[in-house]
Design a protein around this ligand. Sequence first.
Ligand SMILES: [Zn+2]
Length: 66
Amino acid sequence: MIDREFLTLLACPVCKGPLEPSAGPEGGEELSCRRCALAYPVRDGIPMLLREDARPLDPAGDPGRD
Ligand SMILES: [Zn+2]
């Protein structure tokens, strides 16, 4: 789990907006930016806040692709 206070210090590297914790596709933790529709992976409790590491979030209700 990510400490909540720690989380408030984090911002999306692209838009500097807030990040929210979410569950990744493999059950891992992610930090997602809704504005950018990107999810940043968390590895060993360390957020990987790099644009290159982020994965695009699928819009809700848009299954069947990929
Ligand atoms: Zn962003």
